[in-house]
Design a protein around this ligand. Structure first.
Ligand SMILES: [Zn+2]
Length: 102
């Protein structure tokens, strides 16, 4: 599988690290129902069969975070863009908390 990095060009997937779904946003910890929101955020993830937006880190390249649109059935990649800071920070916080569903 080759991932089209917007900076480096098409590269083998082994140069990248997969983080997870690019869709969920980290809940506000000050919300009244924060415990329920964090449970849903950490454990109730979709597992779609088809198009999926994912966060990938180009570890052996430009060291940028990308949002890759990949079909989970065929592994065909429709495109990749640089991820926003908000998208990355939200997922990294969830992943490092030990509550990730991966
Ligand atoms: Zn790159």
């Amino acid at each position: 599988m080759r991932i089209p990095c917007p900076f480096c060009g098409p590269r083998d997937a082994h140069e990248f690290a997969y983080l997870g779904d690019a869709g969920p946003k980290r809940p506000d910890p000050a919300a009244a129902n924060a415990e329920d929101l964090f449970f849903d955020y950490a454990y109730l993830r979709d597992n779609p069969a088809g198009p999926h937006r994912e966060l990938w880190y180009h570890a052996s390249g430009c060291r940028r975070w990308l949002v890759v649109e990949r079909n989970t059935l065929t592994h065909a990649i429709a495109g990749a863009t640089f991820a926003s800071a908000a998208e990355v920070e939200s997922e990294i916080a969830a992943d490092s908390s030990g509550e990730g569903a991966r």
